[in-house]
Design a protein. Structure first.
Length: 294
């Protein structure tokens, strides 16, 4: 169990996400909540969203969050015969599984929420479905397959191969030439003071490569308003396959553009989110088709 904090406050007053991950199946549930909720309210959310689906767990692992170490929280689980295990300060990896899920969730929400930063909570069901339907690299199966024996059927299944092929055709290149146009991913320290938040798009461009320093670093021609170093590591760059003179593009584009290499934050491997991103992309396309038909 863990919390994703520091999110923009939504119209429904949510500013955090309560993340619950099953150790065996890797199934995850994402529940919108508020940072100010006490242990009693969190316990209520747990029973409402988790116990009703899976029953009471034998044990729970969490970090040393004040919500979890409250006397009420521990006594509540004690009465139910459930043991609460706290991560040791010297072994924080006991809850590392949730940290991995949190990184994946952050990238999914950046894609699904787009510019509607105050409506990220509406995208949680899509993010949860996409995550639980994606194959886990540890188990070799999706959480849905482990829990239910199969993945839910739907249009996504039929379209998955097509979208995987489309993304694979534009995999990120490792070498660039002077004059190439690229997308650059900003790390947190590169954002202007006060502009960074967890759902803000990190990609800028198209930016021209003006110098190859070595195989791992390139100098770019950045937008004039961006006050940061113009040298980027290759892992933060991806080829741009669109017309850089296109006036519909600006310095802060979406995380996925047709014909553009998929790129995510430096802390997440491309392969880790490919299936999730494909499913989320398909959801958006279906939603656009429905709107166009109305």
């Amino acid at each position: 169990m863990d919390f994703v904090l520091g999110l923009p406050r939504t119209q429904r007053a949510s500013d955090s996400i309560f993340v619950v991950v099953d150790r065996f199946s890797k199934m995850a549930h994402f529940v919108a909540c508020r940072k100010t909720m006490d242990a009693d309210r969190i316990a209520h959310l747990y029973f409402k969203e988790i116990v009703r689906l899976h029953g009471v767990p034998r044990s729970i692992t969490s970090d040393r969050d004040t919500k979890f170490i409250s006397h009420f929280w521990k006594s509540l689980w004690g009465k139910l015969g459930t043991q609460l295990n706290f991560s040791s300060a010297y072994h924080p990896q006991t809850d590392g599984q949730t940290e991995v899920v949190n990184r994946s969730l952050g990238n999914l929400l950046r894609f699904l929420a787009g510019t509607k930063l105050k409506q990220w909570d509406l995208a949680l069901p899509q993010a949860e479905f996409a995550y639980n339907r994606s194959k886990n690299r540890t188990t070799g199966l999706s959480p849905f397959e482990i829990v239910y024996g199969q993945n839910p059927s739907g249009t996504i299944h039929e379209s998955n191969t097509k979208y995987k092929t489309r993304v694979d055709n534009h995999r990120r290149q490792v070498l660039f030439d002077v004059g190439d146009f690229v997308w650059a991913v900003l790390t947190r320290d590169r954002f202007p003071v006060g502009e960074y938040n967890k759902l803000k798009d990190r990609k800028i461009g198209p930016c021209e490569v003006v110098q190859k320093i070595n195989d791992n670093a390139y100098r770019l021609r950045l937008p004039s308003h961006l006050k940061t170093s113009d040298v980027f590591n290759v892992k933060h760059l991806s080829h741009c396959f669109v017309d850089p003179d296109d006036t519909t593009l600006n310095s802060r584009t979406s995380s996925f553009q047709p014909g553009v290499t998929d790129a995510v934050g430096s802390e997440t491997d491309d392969a880790e989110l490919s299936d999730c991103t494909l499913m989320a992309l398909r959801y958006h396309e279906l939603a656009d088709q429905r709107k166009g038909g109305n």
